[in-house]
Ligand binder design. Structure first.
Ligand SMILES: *[C@@H]1O[C@H](CO)[C@@H](O)[C@H](O)[C@H]1NC(C)=O
Ligand SMILES: *[C@@H]1O[C@H](CO)[C@@H](O)[C@H](O)[C@H]1NC(C)=O
Ligand SMILES: *[C@@H]1O[C@H](CO)[C@@H](O)[C@H](O)[C@H]1NC(C)=O
Length: 332
């Protein structure tokens, strides 16, 4: 099984042609308010082995624009050179990578003036965008949708495709060394490695995940506030995911041996370390499944999701508030 998580879109016949039209981007202007029907910009962070210029990713961007014509789609990147951008999915310090995205978005003339943005994270791009929300959130994210992301880490590294020498090199370095400072400062998947059987080591050495999940004794209040501020966090898990171990990490579930603890039964939730409980109580935490293996996305599922969560600011922007009786509903 290949570790690369490039998008495999299951396009139906004829749909590629439909998706290939271009719509001119509309600029968001200073007079944006609730009456403006310009769709919010959408940012997309790709997965391991992929790059921001890849066709599959841009096909998704075209569906985003088709769902709400005039949507500005921005593809997160570490480098303008696609092959360097792809290498950065394996190599780099995730803290520094997120800081770069924070700086890039805050400096972008359109994104930085939007009242909010929506976001799609594919695979590891999902937990990295969550890191963006927790640490910077400027411009602020309204709806964050993650597909097969590793929110509770991975407990095993999968093999690379036979011909992917770059992946194989990076993974060879990881073997037995996930907690080394080399791995934690340079090898991206190591920074969301989380094996419950070595939980103390994880707390000591994890460069990224233990921090953004607020698992250490100091809980960063900003992380919690920023996640609670989202309108929606939509977590897609691939039903037959064989790439991500365990697949339930997409829903923040803890899998220790054969025991699976759902998010709502975890301390992360009951003590609300990162705002997920608050978000859930206002109806903004969505657990969804997608059929198939890792990143096998159907066009229909994408269309439906984009129609539901993206678009103008006012459309979905204020509807997250829920009736009072739900608030008093006690622990779910
Ligand atoms: C990753 O980068 C951050 C920011 O530069 C730094 O503070 C941290 O020590 C680095 N992590 C490792 C494991 O070297
Ligand atoms: C996972 O299970 C092992 C073995 O039962 C146990 O020692 C460990 O504390 C558990 N880890 C967590 C995080 O619950
Ligand atoms: C998805 O949306 C595009 C653009 O609106 C449309 O052409 C295509 O037929 C849709 N596909 C499905 C499977 O609904």
């Amino acid at each position: 099984m290949a570790i690369g998580t490039q998008l495999k879109l299951l396009f139906t016949a004829g749909s590629l042609i439909a998706a290939s039209f271009a719509t001119p981007l509309q600029r968001l202007t200073d007079d944006d308010d609730d009456d403006n029907d310009t769709p919010l910009p959408v940012i997309i962070w790709h997965g391991l082995g992929d790059n921001y210029a890849a066709d599959g990713l841009h096909q998704v961007g075209e569906l985003v624009d088709a769902a709400n014509p005039g949507t500005l789609v921005y593809y997160v990147r570490m480098d303008n050179n696609p092959s360097k951008d792809s290498q950065a999915t394996f190599l780099g310090n995730v803290t520094e990578q997120i800081a770069k995205v924070c700086a890039d978005l805050a400096a972008d003339p359109i994104l930085s003036t939007a009242p909010a943005i929506d976001a799609i994270g594919f695979s590891q791009g999902g937990q990295f965008l969550r890191g963006y929300v927790e640490r910077c959130n400027n411009p602020p994210v309204r709806n964050l949708i993650t597909f097969g992301s590793q929110h509770n880490g991975i407990s095993a590294f999968r093999a690379c495709a036979v011909t992917d020498w770059f992946c194989r090199g990076a993974m060879a370095l990881l073997k037995g060394n996930a907690w080394s400072s080399l791995a934690q400062s340079r090898l991206v998947p190591a920074q969301y490695y989380r094996n419950p059987e070595e939980y103390d080591k994880y707390l000591d050495y994890s460069n990224f995940l233990a921090d953004i999940n607020n698992e250490r004794s100091f809980k960063n209040p900003k992380y919690k506030a920023n996640i609670a501020k989202l309108d929606n966090l939509v977590l897609y898990m691939f039903e037959d995911d064989t790439t991500v171990v365990p697949k339930e990490t997409a829903w923040f579930e803890e899998v220790n041996g054969t025991e699976i603890t759902p998010l709502r039964a975890r301390k992360l939730y009951s003590e609300d370390w990162i705002g997920l409980r608050e978000l859930d109580r206002k109806g903004g935490l969505k657990f969804r499944t997608a059929p198939g293996d890792h990143m096998q996305l159907s066009e229909k599922l994408l269309n439906d999701t984009f129609a539901e969560f993206f678009g103008p600011y006012k459309k979905a922007g204020k509807k997250a508030e829920r009736p009072v009786e739900f608030m008093g509903g006690g622990d779910l």
